[in-house]
Ligand binder design. Structure first.
Ligand code: AMP
Ligand code: MG
Length: 404
């Protein structure tokens, strides 16, 4: 074993450095069918009023409020998509259906349940206020109104409003293409029976899921052996088409740890060790043509925690997200969180609601090989380095992964 040549960098400093060096990807136009989960690249501004015409909210009669209480002659009908082209003049009304255009001259709609009908006339109750029961032109949007801000993720409502304002395509940031590689002579494909000393390549699947959840388009390279030339062969071809490289394993200081030298030869290593637990050997490099590389530690929990702390925000930056970080909420600790000297620790917790509070319970042994500490965890509690720790009962900010 040799000592690492890389300085130990503060976890927050390293996270800021990663974001600073990560580029925002370019823009493409996608049809609405492909827009789910994508991030808007430009502000969407209303060009026309919405609704574009006064639109009835109910089935009933379009009238002049001044005519309330008088029998009114029914001139015709305005149905959705089939407007009544005449004018409602004093002493007249038009039958109207939900979504129908309120005819010229009318200033109110009265629900069919509230009117009195005779063969040729309709009477609406006295005391009618003008403006009832229809959506006015531009009530939802006026021309020039900001509809959606750049950096917004497009979900059902956002795609709905884009469609309602007539856009068949939206400008979004490109999704990051990520090449994913596991390293280690001990790894075998999941499903094959491991020989003595071998283990299944579980990180590939965990990271594939994490990458996809974060919006990446992943190309799985497979398992690279702990051999410098083979490793290089895996990566060079894949990098031609990727925006980022994510590797697991091979970044600690053992002699078989070849990822750091590989990244050194391909670009510039900016982070080689971090004051973080788990995840001390986390490595970050920039490569040619604005690409970035993340060397995640091999221990399953370390790889996923460093993914959360460094990779996920970077992938979100690439996609143009306004919000890069997980939400943070105050939680009350139900256990004593012991500190680690010199390293910020992200402890995994489950949450439960007690009254108005969220109470955090540890997921048990926080060993970096014990994936069970992360499976089902709702949040990561950040325990500052030093000898203080956080005592049970204290309220701290937690990075929320999911809520109970
Ligand atoms: P390394 O970072 O390569 O020194 O690996 C640290 C620990 O993580 C070792 O016990 C490895 O066997 C384990 N490990 C490395 N890669 C993987 C992987 N892809 N899946 C599961 N465990 C792994
Ligand atoms: Mg290894």
């Amino acid at each position: 074993m040799r000592a690492s040549a890389y300085p130990l960098i503060d976890a927050d400093v390293a996270a800021a450095l990663v974001l600073e060096r990560t580029p925002v990807l370019g823009v493409e136009r996608v049809v609405l069918a492909d827009a789910t989960g994508r991030v808007l690249a430009e502000d969407l501004v209303a060009q026309a009023p919405l609704p574009p015409f006064p639109s009835s909210a109910v089935d009933g009669y379009a009238v002049r409020a001044a005519d309330a209480g008088k029998p009114l002659r029914v001139l015709g009908e305005s149905a959705a998509g089939r407007p009544f082209e005449g004018r409602v003049t004093p002493g007249t009304a038009a039958r109207i259906l939900t979504g129908g255009v309120v005819p010229e001259g009318a200033d109110s709609v009265v629900m069919v349940e509230d009117v009195q009908l005779s063969i040729h006339h309709v009477t609406v109750p006295r005391g009618l206020a003008a403006g009832s029961n229809f959506h006015k032109v531009g009530a939802d949007l006026q021309p020039g109104d900001l509809i959606l801000r750049a950096g917004t993720q497009l979900g059902a409502a956002e795609i709905g409003i884009a469609a309602a304002t007539g856009r068949a395509e939206v400008p979004v940031h490109r999704r990051p293409g990520v090449a994913l590689m596991s390293t280690g002579d001990e790894l075998v494909e999941v499903g094959k029976t491991p020989g003595r000393g071998q283990i299944p390549d579980s990180n590939r699947w965990a990271l594939l899921a994490a990458l996809r959840e974060a919006g990446a388009d992943v190309r799985v390279l497979g398992i690279a052996p702990d051999e410098a030339n083979a490793l290089r062969g895996f990566v060079t071809e894949a990098l031609a088409r990727a925006d980022a490289l994510v590797t697991s394993g091979g970044v600690s200081v053992g002699t078989h740890d070849l990822v750091k030298p590989l990244l050194e030869s391909l670009g510039t290593v900016h982070v080689g060790r971090v004051k973080l637990k788990p995840g001390k050997p986390f490595t970050f490099a920039t490569l040619e043509r604005g690409r970035v590389a993340f060397g995640l530690p091999g221990f399953p929990v370390s790889s996923l925690v460093t993914f959360e702390v460094f990779v996920r925000p970077a992938l979100r930056k690439m996609q143009g997200f306004a919000q890069l970080q997980r939400p943070v909420l105050p939680v009350r600790l139900a256990y004593d969180a012991k500190p680690t000297a010199e390293r910020t620790e992200y402890q995994r917790v489950t949450l439960r609601r007690e009254g108005r509070e969220l109470v955090a319970e540890t997921t048990g042994s926080q060993s970096s090989s014990r994936l069970m500490s992360l499976a089902g965890a709702h949040a990561l509690v950040r325990v500052p380095s030093g000898d203080q720790g956080l005592s049970a009962g204290s309220v701290v900010e937690a990075m929320i992964l999911s809520l109970p």
